[in-house]
Ligand binder design. Structure first.
Ligand code: BES
Ligand code: ZN
Ligand code: ZN
Length: 501
């Protein structure tokens, strides 16, 4: 899609359709007049009938005459704005409606108003991100691809604000494209998106965006003593990979901080010998969405040129059953020496993360002081938080506060859960140092966090459990059925505004 920013008035620029994003009380009269001869009347009639109140997501299509500047007009409500999310979402909804009508070139009039949410760069950012993510489709495996496509999108900024809007649009586009990359990786089925495929994708991203890349093979893992990751992988014919990408900021100095992002890249989770039920087992192809978010964030970080060094790490394997598979009761030894009793082979995410976290906190130079991991880790998180917030567990209040704020700004919202000694005790094992299952009662998300904490050394650490937010059945606003790309926006927001402390 070509994306342009202009600051010409409505009417001087003609294409197939105009999209207006409206909050309650907005008067679009002048834009309506400029867009076409009959729009004002049609819009006023709509409002009179109570059919349009500018509620979030409310979307109405008006058709004009062929000679009009924009023969189709769509109005979408944003509601009264408390954050940028309804703006992103309204842009998605409106542009999807236009695409369904077969529109190929459309213009969005960037809304104006009071307060920081209406700053031209912020509005353009939200609209560009909403456009790119909302128009996302995954059709790689469809023989017949949809013909409808918006090819050209023009954002109309207020007079004199094109430059600022352009800057915002660039950022929104980069974030949107990174979210789409994470979705593409997530949506690829398990027979395509293998650990090897993720490693190859990482090499492509590195080549395109000037990142350093390193792939550890199983033989390397043996040497390093990664018994937890290898234990999970031993029941699979696909070789495990540990993927590492490094972004170095242009003006790095001694004081430049290093942040490590670690994402669970389990390309199919059958549960292992502790096999999962058949219903919805296909969804476990999404069990690599944490890893996908890390790879996509690395792309965004390189394009945004964030001011901090970032290391992306993705431990990747399958979790299958077979004669060679690891078994309940087995004891494995992670790279940092911790022995783990495998109470349940389906709690494999924490095992592959254990070795990735050990590696990044002991072998990588410069040593990251901050480590953030993302994983579709526990069904318990889906029970407690559903699909609106991911779970956040952290040993550092300042980092947790930053992450919560980045979540609110970006739309990838997080909710913090406690991690205290009473929970830590619940992973003690009678036979090994720890076990991969909490004794409970309940709190499966927290005991999984307590497990990960044993592998982070002295780092400031935050863990995001994205089990409930990584994929969806919904088709609304920014979302399309399938992988959501959750986490990319939160991390990109956090890192692009990075400050010490
Ligand atoms: N990948 C799953 C977690 C999951 C379940 C994510 C449902 C999204 C939706 C993970 O590997 C797993 O199976 N966890 C177990 C842990 C349990 C055995 C302690 C779970 O949550 O049931
Ligand atoms: Zn599992
Ligand atoms: Zn899993």
């Amino acid at each position: 899609m070509d994306l342009h920013v202009r600051s010409t008035p409505v009417g001087s620029h003609k294409d197939q359709a105009l999209l207006l994003l409206l909050a309650p009380g907005d008067d679009p009269g002048r834009a309506l007049d400029a867009a076409g001869t009959s729009y004002r009347e049609a819009y006023e009639a709509l409002v009179e009938r109570g059919a349009f109140e500018a509620k979030p997501g409310q979307c109405r299509v008006l058709t004009g005459a062929a000679k009009d500047g924009h023969p189709i007009l769509v109005v979408v409500g944003t509601g009264k704005l408390a954050d940028a999310q309804p703006m992103r979402s309204a842009a998605s909804t409106g542009l999807r409606a236009l695409r369904d009508l077969g529109v190929r070139s459309a213009t969005v009039l960037l809304p104006t108003g009071r307060g920081p949410l209406y700053r031209p760069d912020h509005v353009a950012d939200a609209v560009a991100e909403g456009a790119v993510t909302g128009l996302y489709r995954f059709q790689v495996h469809k023989s017949k691809k949809a013909k409808t496509r918006i090819e050209t999108l023009t954002l109309l900024a207020p007079r004199g604000e094109a430059k600022r809007a352009e800057k915002g649009a660039r950022r929104g586009r980069i974030l949107g494209e990174a979210v789409c990359l994470a979705r593409d990786l997530g949506n690829e089925p398990g027979n395509r998106a293998t650990p090897t495929y993720l490693a190859e994708t990482a090499m492509e991203i590195a080549g395109e965006h000037g990142l350093e890349v390193k792939i550890l093979e199983e033989a390397d893992m043996e040497k390093l003593g990664m018994g937890a990751l290898l234990g999970v992988s031993q029941g699979s014919a696909e070789p495990a990979k540990l993927i590492l990408l490094t972004y170095e900021p242009a003006r790095a100095s001694k004081s430049t901080e290093t942040v490590a992002l670690v994402g669970k890249g389990l390309t199919f989770d059958a549960g292992g010998i502790s096999i999962k039920p058949a219903a919805k087992m296909d969804e476990m192809r999404f069990d690599m969405c944490g890893g996908a978010a890390v790879l996509a964030t690395m792309q965004a970080v390189a394009r945004l040129k964030v001011p901090v060094r970032v290391i992306g790490v993705v431990p990747s394997s399958e979790n299958l059953l077979g004669a060679k598979a690891y078994k309940p009761g087995d004891i494995v030894r992670a790279m940092n020496g911790t022995t783990i009793e495998v109470k349940n082979t389906d709690a494999e995410g924490r095992l592959i993360l254990a070795d990735a976290l050990s590696y990044v906190t002991s072998k990588v130079r410069p040593r990251p002081k901050i480590v953030i991991d993302l994983a579709t880790l526990t069904g318990a998180c889906v029970v407690s938080l559903g699909d609106q917030h991911c779970g956040l567990i952290s040993n550092d209040d300042a980092l947790a506060t930053k992450m919560l704020a980045a979540g609110e700004r970006s739309g990838d919202r997080a909710w913090r859960l406690p991690l205290t000694d009473g929970y830590r005790k619940q992973i003690d094992s009678p036979y090994a140092d720890i076990q991969n299952l909490g004794t409970g009662p309940g709190a499966g998300t927290i005991t999984a966090g307590a497990f990960l904490e044993r592998f982070i050394g002295k780092s400031r650490w935050a863990h995001l459990d994205i089990a409930g937010t990584a994929w969806t059945d919904k088709q609304a606003g920014l979302l399309t059925k399938g992988a959501t790309g959750f986490g990319v926006r939160l991390l990109a927001d956090l890192l692009s505004g990075w400050r010490r402390g």
